[in-house]
Write a protein that binds this ligand. Structure first.
Ligand SMILES: NC(=O)c1ccc[n+]([C@@H]2O[C@H](COP(=O)([O-])OP(=O)(O)OC[C@H]3O[C@@H](n4cnc5c(N)ncnc54)[C@H](OP(=O)(O)O)[C@@H]3O)[C@@H](O)[C@H]2O)c1
Length: 305
């Protein structure tokens, strides 16, 4: 099969190569998915699981991409809950070969059925951003209706999902990002926007929850905006500062079939829009992940037409 591989962490996306690889076998509880569309997050090339397996052994050349939408083509021993020919989407395991390939082996529990009226391209754009937003808000952030949420990177993949889910759940949402992203963040439902290059973050009134996708200095400065009893939820690594009277949580998104179904149902109901930018083919994927200009929205690789 055709697949994109990486061998050199320092090279980043420039080190991606299109190669021929053997098709994966389904291990116990796995399914093999014939990939129709694949999503990739640039950050994953800095994650240890891209380079080593769970025992710390080198697993390069590894296939990146962890979001998948496709059709089940084989079942492993003991696999339950999915059948051959079924449309599915979900999150492939971090420490195994990923979805920028014609086939991927995934634990069945990491996938959910993809309804027939949801396009594969949309399905592949949802798992990381949708699950991260859902888990950050409702699982780790313990969000309640009526709370205010500051969403960093509100026009980005995760931030746009957080903005929409928070609004739908009854939040007052303040989005942040670059000047050029103001209208996009407002269109996704932010009620205010802070341009991080030109406005003062410190002018924001106290909020109940900060959802940080940026970290560093922005993360540190955000802690001072959190009301007593509020929370910092971050996906940008361990927080460098803690709220004075409140909690800070950093987490890595996990696969969850029930949450995937919640997210996709909102897409079908028209309550959630995905942030898809460029759609490319597997043959052109290396170029698509090395753009010469800043792209808006998530790049999805359509592996089959
Ligand atoms: N822990 C987890 O489970 C988890 C899950 C998903 C994602 N992540 C990580 O979270 C981060 C965000 O992911 P994403 O998919 O949402 O990325 P994304 O689509 O690139 O969105 C990030 C947004 O924040 C903006 N931004 C970043 N730094 C900024 C700064 N200093 N000032 C103003 N705006 C800034 C970006 O603008 P520019 O494009 O102009 O920089 C972009 O609009 C990535 O690092 C990703 O690896 C972690």
């Amino acid at each position: 099969m055709k697949a994109i591989v990486v061998t050199d962490e320092a090279a980043g996306t420039a080190g991606m190569k299109l190669v021929e690889r053997a098709e994966p076998d389904a291990a116990g509880n796995d399914v093999v998915v014939q990939v129709h569309a694949s999503g990739f997050t640039p950050g994953e090339l800095t994650w240890p699981g891209t380079w080593t397996d769970r025992l710390g052994r080198d697993r390069t050349p590894s296939i990146p991409g962890h979001e998948v939408a496709g059709v089940v083509s084989a079942l492993g021993y003991g696999t339950r809950g999915l059948s051959v020919g079924q449309r599915v989407f979900g999150l492939a395991d971090w420490t195994r070969d990923g979805t920028l390939a014609e086939y991927v082996a995934v634990e069945a529990r990491n996938l959910a059925p993809l309804p027939g009226d949801v396009d594969f391209t949309v399905g592949a754009s949802l798992p990381i951003s949708g699950l991260t937003a859902w888990q950050g808000l409702f699982v780790h952030g313990r969000f309640q209706a009526g709370q205010s949420v500051l969403v960093h990177g509100a026009a980005g993949g995760v931030g746009s999902m957080v903005t929409q889910l928070a609004r739908e759940a009854g939040a007052y949402v303040i989005g942040t990002g670059r000047a050029a992203d103001r209208q996009t963040a407002l269109d996704f439902g932010a009620q205010e926007f802070v341009d991080l290059d030109n406005d003062s973050l410190e002018d924001v009134d106290g909020v109940d929850l900060v959802f940080d996708v940026i970290g560093g200095d922005i993360g540190k400065r955000s802690v001072g905006l959190i009301r007593a009893g509020g929370m910092l939820v971050t996906i940008a690594g361990p927080p460098e500062a803690q709220p004075a009277v409140g909690l800070a949580v950093d987490f890595v998104v996990e696969a969850d079939r029930a949450q995937l179904s919640e997210v996709v149902q909102r897409v079908r109901d028209g309550e959630l829009r995905t942030n898809i930018g460029n759609v490319s083919t597997l043959d052109n994927a290396v170029a698509a992940f090395n753009p010469t200009e800043r792209l808006k929205g998530k790049t999805i690789i359509r592996v089959r037409p």
